[in-house]
Design a protein around this ligand. Structure first.
Ligand code: SF4
Length: 502
């Protein structure tokens, strides 16, 4: 922070802060880990991203050299990691751009909370301000996450607090009061870039004076005499720590305790609990993108909020906290919300907070199967690995379904398999490789799954041919292990039969 005031004299187009919390959290997010490992050297407490983006690339390079020199003079020799490749630069900025979402990917009930995240002070005061604010956080038993605009003295700072608890709300108020008082000392602003909202409007009288706030009120009254536009912001604000206005109001935890299933099929301890995994969705809306990546295929087709990761997560959060009444988690409406999720896991990879909706969908199916049992159609799909080896002996019989007119209709009536879809074609006589003879060739174990064995064995034959041509000895895992077939468990998971799958 001390360096920022000197670095700006080189004329960069940006000097942005990224702190250790953000670096560490990014390393846990599949979409960022590679980039972070490429541009972060060692384990710094924080780093500054300095950009020169002039038209003249030679001039940019000269400034980059000057930056290295300046950092050495400031006591950080070899402190610059050069990023001259445009693709690499883009990837680094993407990490910075997603700073807020990366911060919010923190697991558990303690989250970085927006309250003093927009204060601005002059650059000459920035280092002292950050040191004193750190002390304020420590005094209230917490730490801060820091990132963003060091070049203009506006750091996005969030104390890590648990707002589900009264204690967290009290600390929120204390941190806000002390931080804003400090910002006033530096003649800075408590909202350097963002809006004031409920978080800061309450402090306007102290920050701007009563006369100015009265003027705000007069302007508001003239333009919006009935107070319909964004009421209770800027003027007439409520207390910012009124817990009834929080996403997790004072009754939230108790409602979750009463309404959430106690026994989950999966182990959710990585997130704390199932409901905490659901709460990882912070409504950032990255799942609504329609360009780049693959998240979320169901939304890309229907364009309906119900069919996007965020819509599903919000439905789950409201169901788990009893807002949709009893048994909402196992209701038909919830099953319908999950129905078009294809379990592709794109959200787990591409959502900045790594929401894993595919896993949640299976958990919902598990809860539903416990309450309502499993339909005949789902059983037919789930138990496929069990009966497939026997049915291949009469594959001609199984294939009649798509050959005799009327049978598709009948299967829809009896079992619920859509008459509009053809079924995979059964094959018989898959030949597994013989037990490997003693050779000096390296051995590869081919995991042949239910689908390839019984419907598309040509894939397995081709894989074996390629591996053998490359000089490997191919063996297959035994078709049965103990009392169950070797199988990925996918069909069981689709029906929510987690115990059978594992
Ligand atoms: S797993 Fe489901 S919710 Fe997640 S991206 Fe794929 S279809 Fe969408």
């Amino acid at each position: 922070m001390e360096a920022a005031q000197h670095l700006v004299t080189l004329g960069p187009s940006a000097v942005e802060l990224v702190d250790r919390t953000m670096i560490d959290l990014s390393r846990d997010i599949p979409m960022f880990v590679k980039t972070v490992n490429a541009f972060v050297r060692g384990a710094p407490d924080a780093l500054l991203l300095v950009e020169f983006s002039g038209e003249d690339q030679a001039d940019n390079i000269r400034k980059l050299d000057a930056l290295e020199e300046m950092m050495a003079d400031l006591g950080h020799p070899n402190g610059v990691v050069r990023a001259e490749d445009p693709t690499f630069q883009k990837a680094i900025w993407e990490v910075r751009k997603q700073g807020l979402n990366i911060m919010m990917s923190m697991r558990g009930d303690e989250k970085p909370i927006s309250i003093v995240e927009d204060c601005a002070v002059e650059l000459k005061d920035l280092a002292e301000y950050t040191r004193r604010l750190t002390e304020v956080f420590e005094k209230h038993g917490t730490t801060g996450c820091w990132y963003a605009h060091a070049s203009v003295g506006t750091l996005h700072v969030r104390p890590v607090l648990n707002l589900k608890k009264d204690l967290g709300a009290k600390a929120l108020r204390a941190v806000a009061e002390e931080a804003f008082a400090m910002v006033r000392e530096y003649k800075g602003s408590h909202s350097g870039e963002h809006g004031d909202g409920i978080a800061r409007s309450e402090f306007h009288v102290d920050m701007f004076g009563q006369e100015m706030v009265d003027l705000f009120q007069r302007v508001k009254d003239i333009l919006d005499p009935r107070g319909v536009f964004n009421p209770n912001k800027i003027v007439n604000p409520p207390r910012h720590d009124d817990r009834n206005l929080f996403r997790f109001d004072p009754t939230y935890e108790e409602r979750v305790r009463v309404h959430s299933p106690i026994e989950t099929g999966f182990d959710w301890s990585h997130w704390g609990s199932f409901s905490q995994a659901v709460e990882m969705c912070n409504n950032n809306g990255a799942c609504r993108k329609t360009d780049g990546g693959v998240m979320c295929p169901s939304y890309r087709v229907t364009k309906d909020e119900k069919d996007v990761v965020r819509g599903r997560a919000n439905s789950l959060r409201l169901a788990l906290s009893g807002r949709f009444g009893n048994d909402a988690l196992t209701s038909d409406a919830m099953a319908d919300t999950m129905k078009l999720c294809v379990g592709c896991k794109a959200c787990h990879n591409e959502c900045p907070t790594s929401v894993d909706m595919a896993k949640m969908k299976t958990e919902v199916a598990y809860q539903r199967s416990k309450h309502h049992g499993v339909s005949l159609r789902d059983k037919l799909i789930a138990y496929l690995p069990r009966y497939a080896p026997w049915l291949t002996h009469v594959s001609w019989l199984a294939n009649l379904r798509d050959q005799i007119p009327g049978l598709p209709w009948l299967s829809e009536q009896l079992v619920g398999l859509s008459k509009d879809r053809t079924l995979p074609k059964w094959h018989s006589g898959y030949q597994a490789p013989k037990a490997a003879p003693e050779t000096n060739r390296p051995v590869v174990v081919l995991l042949s799954d239910t689908f390839n064995r019984n419907f598309e064995p040509d894939n397995l034959y081709a894989a074996r041919d390629v591996l053998e041509a490359l000089g490997y000895e191919v063996i297959e895992a035994k078709p049965h292990m103990g009392n169950r077939p070797v199988c990925c468990g996918r069909t069981f998971l689709a029906a929510g039969l987690i115990d059978e799958a594992c």
